[in-house]
Design a protein around this ligand. Structure first.
Ligand SMILES: [Zn+2]
Length: 638
C-alpha cells in the first residue's frame, strides 16, 4: 500500500474502488459456497471480506482528516462513505447471517474461531439483521445519514479556526520569548492569536492579560457555531431513532452493550464515583485558585474558564517552584522523539529505522520501520506539525494490519526550524507518548490469523489503556534524563527539576478529573435522554455547575466543537475508565520502568492479543488478579 501514500485523488480513488470491488467479490464467494461447506472454511471466507478493504479503509480516514489537497480530502470523504455503506450492507445481509447462524460452535476447532463466530452473530444482531424489511431499510438510511452528519460535524470543526486581535505586544506579557518572537505585530500593528492549539494553549497558560485570555477562550468555545448546532441535533435524533429500531431505550444503552462497562447505568455510576472521589481535592484546589486569582485581579474576581490553565501554572510556580518554561529548553522536538524511540527499543527490543525513501502525503511526513531481529515487523508514519486544513488534535490512524502492520500519528507539535529546536511543553511530551502507546498497540496487534481480531480490535473502553500507560515513560525520572537534554548546553534535565515538575503536574488534578467527568456526563446524557426532551445548550447549563466552578460563558456553545460527540458519542467516560486501568497496570510494572521483563509480558499478554480475548481477561492475565481502583485512588491523592 505504500504506493498509495503519495497518490493523487484520482489514483487513490481507483485503488479504493478496486478494494471495494474485491470486498464485494469476497462476499459473492462467501455466498457461493455450497451448503456442505465446513464451519471453519465459511468463517475464513467471511474474514476475507474484511481483509479485502485493509489497504485503503484506514488511509481514506487519514486522508479525509489530514491530506493537504482539498480534492483528496473530498475524494477520501466520499470513499469513506462508500466503505461505510458497504459495511452497513454486509451487516444487514440476512443471507450471510443465516449461513452463520446455522453453524455450530462445537464444529469449530479452537477458542479463536468460536469467538469469531460469536462476535459475528452478536454484531449482526446489533446491526438489526433480524428486523423486518421496512425498519431494516430505515436502519440503513440512518447509518448512511450518520456517516454524512459525522463528516460534516468533524470538518466544520477542523475548518473553523478563529482568532482574536491584540492591540500591542504588551498583551503578550507573560508568554515565553519564542512565542512572542513568533507573534510579531503585522503591518498595522495588530497581533493575531488563533484557536489552533500551538497558539491557543500557551496563551491561556501564560498571558497575564486576563480579558484577552477570557476572550480567546470564549472564541474557542464558539467554534463551529452556529453551523454545527443543527447538525448535532440531527445527529442525536438519528442515533436515538436508530437505537429504538434496534430494540434499545437509548443510544447510550446500545453503544455500551458491547463495551467493558456493559450498561449505560454502569457508565453513569462510574462517572458519579470518580467525580465523588475527586470532589474534596477539586474543592480545595478551586479555593486555592480563587485566592490566587483575587490576589492578582481584585477581590471581586470570579473564576472563569479562561483562568483555569493560567492559575494552574501560577500555582505550579508559587507552590512547587515549577514553571513549565523551566522544562521546555530540555524538550526539543527531536530530542523527545528520539527518547520515545529509545524507550521502544529498551522495552521491546525493536529498533526504529527511518525510511526516508518512502514518499508520503506531505513533505513533513516521515516513514519509519520497527525492526526486530533484523527484519521489519511494522511501519509507521509521523505527521507531527500544524498546517492549514489539517486535523487539529492528536490521533493515531490505523492503516493496515495485513503483512506489515502500518499506522500513522497525526499531531500538532512545535516544529524544529533552523536554530529553533521546537520546544515542547511537558503536556506535549505526554501527548506524544500517549499517541505512541496507541501506535504500538496497533502495530504489535497486527498480523493475526483472523483479520477481525487484528490491530486495536478490543473493546472501545480499553483502547485508552495502552496509550495512557505509555505516558508514564514520558515523565519518569529514570527515563527523562536519557533524552531530555538542554538544547543549548546538552545537559540532561536535572533530577531536582524532574521531581518538581512531577509534583507540580499533580496541581489542579482534582479539577481536571472533574472537568473530564463533566465531558463524560455531557456525552452520556446527550445520548441517554430523548433528544426531543432537551436542548444541547441547556444541558451544558444544567450539568456544568455540578462539576466545574466556572460558569458557562455567554454566547458560547462548546458542544458545537466537541468532536467526540460524533466519534465517541456516549463513551467519553472511556478516557477516565481507561486511566483507572492504566494506573493499575503501571503499578504492576514496578519501580524500574526500563525493565524489559514486564514490558514484554505486557506486549505478549495484552497488546499482541488484539481482539482475541475480552479486555477483562487480558488484564487479569497481565495483573494476575481483577483490576481495581487502588492505584487510581493513590494517584488522585498524590
Ligand atoms: Zn488516546
Amino acid at each position: 500500500m505504500d504506493d498509495l501514500l503519495a497518490a493523487d485523488a484520482a489514483a487513490f480513488g481507483r485503488a479504493a474502488h478496486d478494494d471495494l470491488d474485491a470486498a464485494r467479490a469476497a462476499l459473492a464467494r462467501f455466498k457461493a459456497l455450497p451448503p456442505e461447506t465446513g464451519a471453519l472454511e465459511l468463517l475464513s471466507a467471511l474474514d476475507q471480506i474484511g481483509r479485502a478493504g485493509d489497504r485503503s479503509a484506514g488511509l481514506s480516514s487519514l486522508f479525509f482528516q489530514a491530506h493537504p489537497d482539498p480534492a483528496m480530502r473530498e475524494a477520501a470523504g466520499a470513499i469513506s462513505r462508500e466503505q461505510s455503506a458497504f459495511s452497513t450492507e454486509l451487516s444487514l445481509d440476512s443471507d450471510v447471517h443465516a449461513r452463520l447462524a446455522a453453524l455450530s460452535a462445537d464444529a469449530l476447532p479452537d477458542d479463536d474461531a468460536r469467538r469469531l463466530l460469536e462476535h459475528a452473530l452478536r454484531d449482526f444482531r446489533r446491526a438489526g439483521v433480524q428486523l423486518p424489511h421496512e425498519p431494516r431499510e430505515r436502519v440503513r438510511e440512518l447509518r448512511a445519514e450518520l456517516v454524512q452528519l459525522g463528516q460534516t460535524f468533524g470538518s466544520t470543526i477542523a475548518g473553523d479556526v478563529r482568532s482574536i486581535q491584540l492591540d500591542s505586544a504588551d498583551e503578550l506579557n507573560g508568554l515565553p520569548d519564542d512565542y512572542r518572537a513568533a507573534h510579531a505585530p503585522d503591518a498595522d500593528g495588530t497581533i493575531r492569536i488563533s484557536t489552533d492549539p500551538p497558539d491557543f494553549i500557551p496563551f491561556l497558560k501564560y498571558a497575564t492579560h486576563r480579558a484577552r485570555r477570557i476572550e480567546l477562550q470564549r472564541v474557542a468555545a464558539s467554534r463551529a457555531t452556529p453551523d454545527n448546532l443543527p447538525v448535532l441535533d440531527r445527529l442525536l435524533a438519528a442515533r436515538h431513532e436508530l437505537a429504538g429500531l434496534l430494540g434499545f431505550d437509548s443510544w447510550a444503552a446500545y453503544v455500551t452493550e458491547d463495551k467493558m462497562i456493559r450498561t449505560e447505568q454502569a457508565a453513569g455510576e462510574f462517572v458519579a464515583r470518580v467525580s465523588a472521589l475527586a470532589a474534596p481535592r477539586a474543592e480545595a484546589e478551586a479555593a486555592e485558585m480563587l485566592a490566587c486569582l483575587r490576589e492578582q485581579y481584585g477581590s471581586d474576581a470570579e473564576m472563569r474558564d479562561g483562568d483555569r490553565l493560567y492559575l494552574q501554572e501560577r500555582l505550579r510556580a508559587s507552590k512547587y517552584g515549577f514553571d513549565t518554561r523551566d522544562a521546555r529548553p530540555y524538550l526539543g522536538f527531536n530530542a523527545v522523539l528520539g527518547g520515545v524511540f529509545d524507550v521502544i527499543t529498551q522495552l521491546y527490543g525493536v529498533e526504529v529505522l527511518e525510511r526516508p525513501e518512502i514518499v508520503c502525503w506531505h513533505a513533513d511526513v516521515r516513514a519509519f520501520d520497527l525492526v526486530e531481529e533484523g527484519s521489519p515487523v511494522a511501519r509507521f508514519f509521523l505527521d507531527m506539525h500544524s498546517r492549514p486544513d489539517k486535523y487539529k488534535h492528536a490521533a493515531m490512524f490505523h492503516l493496515t494490519t495485513d503483512g506489515l502492520p502500518r499506522a500513522a500519528l497525526v499531531c500538532n507539535l512545535p516544529r524544529p526550524d533552523g536554530d529553533d529546536p521546537g520546544l515542547l511543553d511537558p503536556s506535549q511530551v505526554k501527548t506524544l507518548f500517549h499517541e505512541f502507546g496507541h501506535l504500538l498497540h496497533h502495530l504489535f496487534a497486527g498480523g493475526q490469523r483472523w483479520h477481525a481480531f487484528a490491530g486495536i480490535a478490543t473493546e472501545w473502553d480499553f483502547v485508552e489503556v495502552p496509550s495512557q500507560l505509555f505516558e508514564e515513560w514520558g515523565r519518569s525520572p529514570d527515563v527523562l534524563p536519557r533524552f531530555a537534554r538542554h538544547h543549548a548546553s546538552g545537559e540532561p534535565m536535572p533530577a531536582e527539576l524532574i521531581a518538581r515538575m512531577n509534583r507540580a503536574e499533580s496541581c489542579g488534578r482534582g479539577l481536571d478529573v472533574r472537568l473530564q467527568m463533566l465531558y463524560a456526563s455531557y456525552s452520556l446524557e446527550c445520548f441517554r435522554r430523548d433528544p426531543a426532551s432537551f436542548d444541547t445548550g441547556a444541558l451544558m447549563a444544567e450539568l456544568k455547575p455540578q462539576f466545574s466552578p466556572c460558569p458557562v460563558e455567554d454566547g458560547t456553545a462548546f458542544q458545537a466543537s466537541f468532536g467526540h460527540l460524533d466519534g465517541y458519542s456516549a463513551l467519553y467516560y472511556t478516557y477516565m475508565w481507561s486511566l483507572t486501568l492504566a494506573k493499575d497496570c503501571a503499578a504492576a510494572f514496578g519501580d524500574d520502568l526500563l525493565d524489559p521483563a514486564p514490558a514484554r509480558a505486557w506486549r505478549q499478554r495484552v497488546l499482541s492479543q488484539g481482539g482475541r480475548r475480552d479486555a477483562d481477561d487480558l488484564l487479569h492475565d497481565f495483573l494476575g488478579r481483577a483490576p481495581d481502583l487502588t492505584a487510581f485512588g493513590a494517584w488522585l491523592d498524590g
